[in-house]
Design a protein around this ligand. Structure first.
Ligand SMILES: [Zn+2]
Length: 326
């Protein structure tokens, strides 16, 4: 009998999220627990194995009823070895053979993938990608995560690091990025960057609605910037216009690199919805190569914070379909 489910896991620095997902991409059961990476990789992997058992219990299933486990984790990863090479938000974890250890503990096949790629695959498979084979997703959160789907498959590249689009240089000699480059997209068009740039402008003496919030709370959020821009605050309107312009230029570059049918925008900044989408589409139209008639549709993500677990499960389904029958 054909198994009816896959397990998707999204491992983050603070939470482990998991779900039992059917062949259509719908979640049957969810589970989550706090991730304490400082307790060591082996402990966390054991906890993930326990979550898998809990999910099977909730669904009254056994390991044979599941095609496998998809696991999205922070990277960089060595996909050949199935290892986390190291990760900024999993301190002390280096060369962790996470794929094989989880496989040993659960007895189920495990597919390892970068977390941003897993989220992109989720939107491609069961979300805003709409079933098209060529899609790019940008997750506008603390930074800009991304994943590229070409001909129905995640693009990894020769060095397995393809699609780090948050670090495409959008402003030559621009703002410094922790990656060591300057002018990366994520220094302008992520939720984190929008807040940081507003604070920097206020601290440099610019005035505006956010000065009071900064004075009271000691910080401002990207949501504060969006609200003030919606209310017509000149500083926030300028910052928002730049944010959307750089994002649109990134979409033009993405069109030339990958020619996707769809560019999906997700993450915290995409909660601004039409206020983000309309100017990005307009700037894209203004800046693109006019001779190209067919251009990608720029849309909002639809799976919100479930994209990671659904996409990880989707990768387990894809691996199962490619496995030769036993
Ligand atoms: Zn960078």
């Amino acid at each position: 009998m054909t198994p009816g489910h896959a397990i998707g896991i999204d491992l983050g620095g603070t939470n482990i999220k998991a779900a039992l997902v059917d062949a259509s991409g719908a979640i049957t059961y969810k589970a989550a627990t706090i991730c304490q990476p400082e307790r060591g990789a082996e402990t966390v992997i054991s906890e993930m194995a326990q979550i898998c058992q809990d999910l099977l219990g909730k669904g009254s299933l056994s390991a044979e009823d599941v095609v496998g486990i998809g696991l999205g984790t922070p990277g960089p990863l060595d996909l050949t070895k199935g290892e986390i090479v190291r990760a900024a938000n999993l301190p002390g974890w280096t060369a962790v053979p996470i794929r094989d250890r989880l496989q040993e503990l659960t007895g189920m096949p495990v597919v390892l993938e970068n977390d941003a790629n897993a989220a992109a695959f989720g939107e491609f498979w069961a979300g805003a990608g709409g079933g098209c084979g060529d899609m790019v997703m940008l997750t506008l959160g603390t930074g800009v995560g991304s994943g590229v789907i070409v001909d129905g498959r995640l693009l990894h590249g020769h060095f397995q690091n393809a699609g780090e689009l948050g670090h495409m240089i959008i402003v030559p000699e621009g703002l410094s990025c922790p990656c060591g480059q300057r002018g990366c997209l994520e220094q302008y068009s992520s939720a984190g960057a929008v807040a940081r740039r507003a604070i920097a402008a206020l601290q440099a003496g610019e005035t505006g609605k956010l000065r009071a919030i900064l004075g009271q709370a000691g910080t401002v959020s990207s949501r504060d910037v969006v609200e003030a821009a919606l209310e017509g605050d000149p500083l926030c309107r300028r910052l928002w216009r730049e944010t959307c312009l750089y994002l649109a230029i990134a979409c033009v570059n993405i069109q030339h690199a990958f020619n996707p049918a769809t560019v999906v925008l997700g993450g915290g900044l995409a909660e601004a919805a039409e206020f983000l989408l309309i100017p990005v589409r307009e700037e894209f139209r203004q800046n693109r190569w006019r001779l190209m008639v067919d251009v990608p549709e720029i849309v909002l993500a639809s799976l919100a914070y479930d994209a990671g677990v659904i996409g990880a499960a989707g990768l387990a389904w894809a691996a199962w379909r490619q496995r030769p029958p036993q």
